[in-house]
Design a binder for this molecule. Structure first.
Ligand SMILES: [Ca+2]
Length: 184
């Protein structure tokens, strides 16, 4: 039987969009009530493109020497987040530098509504001269009959299919060779 798992569920990508540092909002598909999605935000945008000054979903750097591998980092001012959902701040978690892709991940339980993502520039409060973007992806848990499927079980369920395909190939390969031989 299928097991119910609130964490580490098997999941698939349902949305993949860029939220631009100098742009407007991006709206996700409607997220089902009581289904726990995973939202991943990564990469960097510029709060001052000309000066090579970068920020990510939660943090920013004052060191212009490298916009990917930052020399320093500060949280967004006044406990804000730069990447916001529905106009509100999000706690995207501990800092991720360039070596981990400025990547952040949260769990979000759907409320039967779409989510609106935007970047607010809390550093200099102007989008003039901003640049680049944050990539946002939403993953939906795999469910069967209303139950969330655990990854281990999903892998186990795939195994017989893979085995059957392997057997089919073993049977098909000699047949193809035999047919080709007959043609010559
Ligand atoms: Ca700016």
């Amino acid at each position: 039987m299928l097991a119910v798992s609130p964490v580490a569920a098997a999941e698939y990508l349902i949305w993949d969009q860029y939220v631009f540092g100098d742009g407007g909002a991006q709206v996700s598909p409607v997220l089902e009530t009581n289904l726990t999605y995973r939202i991943v935000a990564e990469e960097i945008w510029y709060y001052d493109n000309a000066s090579n000054l970068a920020a990510d979903a939660q943090y920013y750097t004052t060191n212009f020497s490298n916009s990917w591998y930052w020399g320093d980092y500060l949280p967004a001012p006044d406990n804000h987040s730069f990447l916001q959902i529905d106009g509100g701040d999000v706690d995207w978690g501990p800092f991720s530098n360039g070596d981990t892709g400025h990547k952040y991940s949260i769990n979000y339980t759907g409320e039967g509504a779409a989510l609106t993502f935007n970047i607010t520039d809390w550093v200099d409060s102007t989008k003039e001269g901003n640049g680049c973007k944050i990539r946002v992806r939403i993953y939906e848990p795999v469910t069967v009959g209303g139950y969330v499927v655990e990854p281990g079980l999903l892998e186990a369920a795939k195994l017989p299919v893979v085995s059957l395909m392997a057997i089919a190939l073993l049977i098909a390969a000699p047949l193809v060779r035999y047919r080709n031989r007959r043609k010559t």
